[in-house]
Design a protein around this ligand. Structure first.
Ligand code: SF4
Length: 481
């Protein structure tokens, strides 16, 4: 789950890319990069760490250009923060810089069959190689040829990919996989100096930079924004939308609007749905306490719906980011205390509804229940915004292997016992769909019901599983959950 930004048509492009990346830092903290172009000259600056680590004042003030792309990196299979940071560049058949958000399921297969000489294990390098090869097959490279090459690239790729490419002599070319699993939106700004365009993973980038939203890039669509500021759009492959439900549940910023559905409002509705499910219980509650930060919105709605006071009973250390390097079980356990500290006065002697967005391994949930009980809570009732996560994600969310997923192997009552809470209430899939406010067949729910939008062969599932376990042992992947 990475974040991408593209800007075209303003000398402020370097600063806008930098500020845009800051706005979507939550989508990846493992690396950052900017590719900038002006008059045929291009430059890439990228590296491991946060946006502020990679770009200091000096670096930024030396960047010149009126168009560019930026990326914040979230690590997935096979990744090394330094080597695999995006964007990537090629010079044949044209100079192209590219960045993407997503994950290619058939990476290994394409790499082996294609004989590509890749320098990294970043799937974006493969997307760029496939696209460039398809483009090179064209007799003459013009707009139609670009769209044809995108179509043939889509035919080769299986997975999720929202791509921004900067193509010399043309401008920004963006495309989104036929299921539109990862988000992408574009906007326009008109000033006295003229018009400029921005493309990004989330609309907050456009809001912050002063762009008016034009619309989401559609699933299976490609859009070419030319240096001359004309726009060409093509539905290169059929739109079979299956947007990732986890964007609304956890990933996207609350102030974002994904596919015209505001994330904050969706989380309030999800909280209300969860409260309705809770009403099937006959337990009493004194207080509703969120696990910060995402679950705050769920907890607010639950408190309102149940008429129970909302309180902040756990405080997050704001200097510990969403990602926290926890390569093994032991440090994951100590990690909870590094991140969160209880306010005993809000917990002691109370019947607490503890609200979290999801349970993945269950290790964190168990620690949280222990923490709240140790703080004197009389009862702890755990309410979860996301239905049981039963299967891994192959589309860019770094979930654990199936045998590590709590709900893949246990029934709700067994999970409750393991976690040590007095009751456990999960969101239902119907409640989730209703809360998000989209049609069920428009959403990817595969980690809940194993109905993957694309074919994921058994050998690929095994490969992912082996890689994940291997890399965790080698400390290569930062844990999200
Ligand atoms: S499997 Fe789950 S996390 Fe992955 S894209 Fe689908 S809904 Fe999102």
């Amino acid at each position: 789950m990475c974040g991408i930004v593209g800007i075209l048509g303003t000398d402020k492009a370097p600063l806008e890319l930098y500020n845009g990346l800051f706005a979507i830092q939550h989508r990846g903290q493992n690396g950052a990069g900017i590719y900038i172009a002006e008059d045929g000259n291009t430059r890439i600056i990228k590296g491991p760490g946060l946006v502020g680590d990679v770009f200091d004042k000096n670096t930024l003030s030396n960047l010149r250009g009126n168009m560019g792309i930026g990326h914040v990196r979230y690590p997935t299979i096979g990744s090394e923060p330094g080597r695999d940071a995006q964007p990537f560049q090629t010079v044949y058949p044209l100079k192209i810089g590219m960045a993407h958000n997503g994950n290619i399921v058939n990476y290994k297969q394409i790499e082996e069959e294609g004989g590509f000489n890749l320098m990294s294990q970043c799937d974006l390098e493969l997307i760029l190689a496939v696209f460039s090869r398809e483009l090179a097959k064209e007799d003459k490279i013009n707009e139609k040829a670009l769209f044809r090459a995108v179509g043939r690239t889509m035919d080769r790729l299986n997975g999720s990919y929202s791509v921004i490419a900067l193509i010399q002599g043309f401008g920004l070319l963006v495309f989104r996989d036929p299921h539109g699993i990862r988000p992408m939106i574009f906007g326009k700004k008109v000033t006295l100096e003229g018009s400029s365009y921005a493309v990004a993973s989330e609309n907050i980038v456009l809001d912050i930079l002063g762009y008016d939203i034009v619309r989401d890039v559609k699933a299976g669509e490609a859009i070419l924004i030319r240096e001359t500021k004309t726009i060409e759009t093509r539905q290169v492959r059929p739109n079979m939308s299956r947007h990732c439900m986890f964007e609304w549940v956890y990933f996207a910023r609350s102030d974002s609007t994904i596919e015209r559905t505001n994330v904050y409002e969706a989380r309030l509705r999800l909280g209300k749905e969860l409260a309705n499910k809770w009403k099937e219980n006959d337990h009493d509650l004194d207080v509703v306490i969120p696990v910060p930060d995402t679950a705050r919105t769920y907890a607010l709605a639950i408190a309102e719906e149940l008429g129970v006071p909302y309180r902040e009973g756990l405080l997050r250390n704001r200097y510990v980011g969403r990602t926290f390097i926890m390569p093994d079980q032991l440090s994951r356990e100590t990690g909870v205390r590094t991140k969160l500290n209880p306010i005993i006065e809000e917990l002691k002697g109370k019947k607490v509804a503890l609200v979290d967005d999801s349970i993945v391994r269950g290790t964190t949930s168990k620690k949280l229940v222990q923490l709240v009980k140790k703080s004197g809570a009389e009862e702890v009732h755990f309410l979860v915004g996301c239905p049981p996560i039963k299967a891994p994600c192959y589309y860019g969310v770094d979930m654990p292997t199936k045998h590590e997923l709590k709900a893949a192997n246990k029934k709700v009552e067994e999970i409750r016992e393991d976690i040590g809470c007095d009751s456990l209430t999960y969101q239902t899939i119907d409640g989730l769909v209703k809360g998000i406010g989209r049609e069920k067949n428009e959403l990817c729910l595969a980690c809940l019901n194993e109905d993957y939008p694309t074919q994921v062969r058994e050998d690929i599932r095994e490969y992912f599983s082996e890689q994940r376990e291997k890399e965790r042992k080698e400390f290569k992947v930062s844990e999200q959950f």
